[in-house]
Write a protein that binds this ligand. Sequence first.
Ligand SMILES: [Zn+2]
Length: 212
Amino acid sequence: MTVRIKTPKRRKKPDESEKGENHSKHRPNLIEDFHNHCGYCGAYDGFGYTKTYFEIDHFVPKEFLKKTNSKIGFCKYDNLVYSCRSCNNSKSSLWPSEDENIHHKNDEGFIDPCSEEFDTHLYRTSDGAILWNTDLGKWMATEAFKFDEREKEIKILWNYNQIRIQIESLIDLLNNEVEGSEEYNLIYEKLSPLNLKHFIFQKQLNEIDNND
Ligand SMILES: [Zn+2]
């Protein structure tokens, strides 16, 4: 499986100006273009989990842009990634080259999460962990984003999100049925065990949160 449910795609023309310092003005566009998920690890932004408080990452890091007096401003939309706090913190100011146009060299560095190529380096296992197909993928997973150290949380977040998606689509179906009808009751029965799982995942996340 792919790491993200859907490959994010940045719009060509963001609603806000690409000039200035305040990159958070692009947040509403980024949320839509990244489908409410972290561009790197695919975590969903709606679980109210502190580690998945969502931030805006600069693909070519801000520090690097500052240091090199780059023409890429802090608000350049193509350089922004909607990212969970864990991924943003782990990636931090890592950059593999002295050139903003060289994103990776010698199997170290990054692939833009909005490119199809991202998914050729990393993949999702059936139980929700993130592994790699290439040496560059391994570097991103272990050196940059620490997907290996975060495996427990990554798996819970993935499985929790799968349950959320199933529950939401069943609720949509339920809303089209007459309460008490045979169809309504059938859908309702399918929802009960999912709601239980949902509750258990939420509890597991809270436990990880409280242990840090
Ligand atoms: Zn993430």
